[in-house]
Design a protein around this ligand. Structure first.
Ligand code: SAM
Length: 202
């Protein structure tokens, strides 16, 4: 089997890394990547954060491809892939203080997105950070014609996939105990949403 290759990862990896470097410090110990895809992002990012254990995850059918990238990269602080399929699996049992997920919110159904955000709220402790990368709509509007075309294409593939509204994602994250730290504009009409877990209120 050839290693899977996602051209988009090659295009966006340096811009994403630049943002992650603004937030990840040597105090951060374990990051969960949700929907690692090919594994290219993990292989590019993990060596830049030597104190961090980068844990990949995805649906089982992607594991062989991720393993190929991990095996050829031989990077000591990358782990997984864990089985983590929304709608099937529980949130992984280890303690994570960071979560990174790229280009998943528009693939998952909105029900799965909400369930993922609920898991973040239930499992991440105060001060943990969540990075959500991908395209989002604002005020119910596309930010570009290319995103509109992409959304049509997504819905053709699966009627439950769609570019999500930032406001819906944000209110769900807030409901689950997070505050928006930043909303970064990224190349190619993408965004990087950064959230911080607030103190648990009983
Ligand atoms: C567009 S790809 C993005 C992959 C990678 N993060 C990237 O940016 O290239 C969407 C990812 O979501 C994963 N995915 C789809 N359904 C899922 C589910 N129910 N639970 C977890 N991951 C899922 C896919 O397997 C795939 O890896």
């Amino acid at each position: 089997m050839n290693k899977p290759f996602a051209p988009s990862c090659e295009r966006n990896k340096d811009a994403i890394l630049k943002i992650l470097k603004q937030y990840i410090t040597s105090d951060d110990h374990r990051l969960l990547e949700v929907g690692s895809g090919s594994g290219q992002h993990a292989v590019h990012f993990a060596p830049e954060f030597k104190d961090l254990q980068w844990v990949t995850s995805d649906v089982k059918s992607n594991h062989d491809g991720i393993k190929q990238w991990l095996k050829s990269a031989r990077i000591p602080n990358i782990h997984g892939p864990l089985d983590f399929e929304l709608g099937v699996d529980e949130f992984p049992r280890q303690i994570f203080n960071l979560v990174f997920t790229a280009n998943t919110f528009h693939i998952l159904s909105w029900k799965q997105d909400k369930s993922l955000m609920k898991m973040f709220g239930n499992r991440l402790r105060e001060g943990s950070q969540v990075f959500i990368y991908g395209p989002f709509n604002y005020d119910g509007k596309y930010t570009s014609k290319s995103n509109e075309d992409f959304d049509m294409w997504l819905k053709d593939q699966d009627s439950k996939s769609a570019i999500r509204n930032f406001e819906d994602v944000n209110s769900c994250m807030v409901k689950n105990g997070f505050k928006l730290t930043a909303d970064h504009e990224m190349p190619a009409n993408n965004r990087m949403l950064v959230y911080t877990r607030l103190e648990f209120v009983k």
